[in-house]
Design a protein. Structure first.
Length: 319
């Protein structure tokens, strides 16, 4: 049993990590990262109707089931992550997503092969993702180069598979399925709509995408453009700005009635009707119960900084 002081320190560290993530401090591979700065100005705050402890019980149950149940076979799906930051945490997220599932392939797309990369994960090279804009561009126009199967399940260090038993074969009926987006407050400016002004309720970069959709932006020569907020966001680009072109080409983006079973990000009313999702993204609402992977060297660095900081400014205190 852990000592109270140790538990307090761990809780403090986790809280600090989550605050930085929620505040957009960790600008990494998520297409929504920049949107987070204003997301709660656009959408009304929602109160989660279910306790986080319930979700934690589901997570524990899922872990036990992953050991005992027969593995889910998804030979036509590649589990993938693309990033140049949070490599350790991303590898752990990939490994966690592999519990209870046999994928056709598991790939880490990054600029340098990690020395500690597990044998079950294949390294695929890309140029370094220097910023979030580079990530968003590559997600739209280059991701397909690294995928050899009919579908890709894209995850991040802060969004991955948590309930393999919640998989549904009907997810294959769609070319793009992510988590439900909130409904904006009346009168609030937002970019969650298509070119006809219709509200778009499903997006998110943690998603299942078909090979056809991966190849479509380059094949159709879609022009890379910012959204109405002045940002490059690959999920907005696909699920809102070019939704009409995707649908005209015969592809389908999942409706919120199906997406609520696939992934949870925002605690919108639809996801509260579902006990647990297949994947999650961001530790918001009930998602706070899901694992947070921490690089041990990051923990040591933060501890070292806390120790050194008082020594650096002791002269100022004397004045």
């Amino acid at each position: 049993m852990a000592r109270p002081d140790k538990e307090d320190k761990e809780a403090e560290f986790r809280g600090r990590l989550r605050r930085r993530t929620a505040g957009g401090f960790l600008q990494a591979e998520c297409g929504e990262t920049r949107k987070e700065r204003k997301i709660f100005q656009i959408f009304p705050p929602q109160v989660c109707a279910c306790a986080a402890s319930t979700n934690l019980e589901c997570a524990n149950s899922s872990a036990k089931m992953g050991k005992n149940m027969e593995k889910l076979q998804l030979p036509n799906v590649t589990l993938a992550a693309m990033t140049s930051v949070k490599i350790y945490e991303t590898i752990k997220a990939l490994e966690y997503s592999m519990r209870g599932i046999d994928f056709g392939q598991v790939v880490l797309i990054t600029h340098r092969k990690p020395l500690s990369l597990p044998k079950a994960i294949t390294y695929k090279h890309t140029s370094k993702l220097d910023d979030i804009d580079a990530f968003n561009y590559k997600m739209v126009y280059e991701l397909g180069r690294y995928i050899e199967t009919d579908y890709v399940l894209l995850i991040h260090y802060d969004g991955f598979v948590v309930h393999p038993e919640k998989w549904r074969d009907e997810f294959f009926d769609y070319d793009y399925i992510g988590s439900p987006w909130p409904v904006p407050e009346p009168g609030k400016k937002h970019c969650y709509h298509d070119v006809y002004g219709n509200l778009c309720r499903v997006g998110n970069s943690v998603s299942l995408r078909s090979r056809r959709l991966l190849d479509f932006p380059a094949a159709a020569s879609l022009k890379w453009e910012m959204d109405e907020d002045g940002f490059y966001n690959e999920d907005i680009f696909l699920c809102c700005m070019n939704k009409h072109k995707i649908e005209e080409a015969g592809m389908k983006i999942a409706p919120v009635e199906v997406a609520k079973y696939f992934g949870h990000e925002h605690p919108v009313p639809e996801v509260l009707e579902v006990d647990a999702p297949f994947v999650f993204h961001k530790w918001w609402g009930r998602n706070a119960a899901y694992p947070v992977f921490e690089n041990p060297w990051t923990r040591r660095w933060l501890k070292f900084k806390d120790m050194v900081r008082p020594l650096l400014f002791w002269r100022h205190r004397k004045r």
